[in-house]
Design a protein around this ligand. Sequence first.
Ligand code: PLP
Length: 388
Amino acid sequence: MDKRLPQTGLDIATLLAEPYHAAGGIAAAVPPIVQTSLFTFDDYAAFEARMSGRSDSPIYTRVQNPTVSAFEEMMARAEGAEEGIGFASGMAAISGTLLSLLAPGDRIACITHVYSDTFRLIETHLKPCGVEVTYHDPEAFETDPDLLKGARLAYLESPGSMMMRTLDLDRVAEHARRHGALTVIDNTWATPVLQTPIAHGIDVSLQSASKYIGGHSDTVAGIVCTSAEIAARIRAHALTLFGGKLAPFEAFLLTRGLRTLSARIAQHQRAADLFVDRFVSRPEVRAVHAPGQGGTLKGRSGLMSIEFDETVDIPRFADALRLFRLGVSWGGFESLVLPASVGLAQAADPNPMRHFGVPERLVRLSLGLEEPEDLWADFCTALDAARV
Ligand code: PLP
C-alpha cells in the first residue's frame, strides 16, 4: 500500500517518526508535558500585545497549551490540514464542530448508520434547537447531485463503524461545493494512515483519538483537522465557550501513540486480511463487511463486522472466545467483539441500531495486535462451540 502523503512526498510512517523540535527551546525529542493552567507575562506591553492579537503565545490551557499544540500540529500534518484542534473526547470534537458550524434553521444531511452517540446528539440536541436533519445512504450522497441543495453541512462517515459502508469522497465533496455545503467526516476507522479526506476536498476530518491514534486503550480524546478559517470558528466556540479541551497529559500519550500508528495499522491489517481470506471456509459467516484498498482508502484497518447464519448461538459464541474480550470500543491493542444484539437491547432512546435496521445477527470484530493465527484459531474454536 502506498501511504505517501501528497503534500510532503514522505510516507506517513516517516512523517510521524520525526522528532519534536521546540522553537528556541531545549532539544527534547518528545514534547514535554506542560502541566499548567496559566501562562503569565513579563510586562504590560507583552500582555496587551497578546490580548489584542498581536502575539500568539499561550494565555490559558483551555484554549492553548504547548503539549496539546505539538499533538495538533502532528495530526494536521498527517491529515494534510492547515490546523488541528485537540478535544477531551471524540464526542467533544463532534459536538464542538457541529454546534460551532450550525445555527437554527440550517439543514444537516447525515449519513445513515452514523455512530450511535452522534445520532443521539443530533436527535436530542440539534433537532430541538431548530436544526433540520435528513438521513441518507452513501449511494444517495454520491448519485444525487442535488441532495445537498439548501443543506448547510453534510455529516459523513466512511467507512462507518458498524456496517463499514464507504463513500466516494471526491464526488460528495464536489456536490457539496456546488451547493455551498460544508463537509465533515468522521475518519476514525481509517486514520490518516489509510485515508486523508482533506486531499479529496472534504472540509473537516475529525476522529475519536481514543481508538487507533491513542492505540493503547488508556486515553479518551478527539481531534479535528481543517482549514485555518474553519478552525478559528471551532476554537472560538468549542474551546473558548464549551470548554471541551484536551489535557496536556492525554496529548502526550496521543503523540506517543502517533509514533507507532503506521506500524500498528499494518499489523491490524495483517489480521484483518487473514480473517477476510478465511471467512469463506466458515459457511456460518453469511456476510462480511470489511472494506479494503480502493477509492480513497489505502488499506484495511482492524474493524469489521460479519453476519452469522441461524446455526450460530451468538451469546454462546461470545462466551466461548478466549482472546477476544467483549466491549464497546475498538482500535486498541486488544481484540474485541460487539454483538449487534447487545446494541439493539440497549435501553437508550433514540437507538440508532433500531432506527437504521442494523441486522440482529451482526457481530462487530475489532482485531488487535495479537498474532493473527492465534486470533483465527480462537474465533474458529468459539464458532465450533456455538453451533445450535
Ligand atoms: N466516532 C466513532 C466512529 C466512534 O466509534 C466513537 C466512539 O466509540 C466516537 C466517534 C466517539 O469518540 P469518544 O469515545 O472518544 O468520545
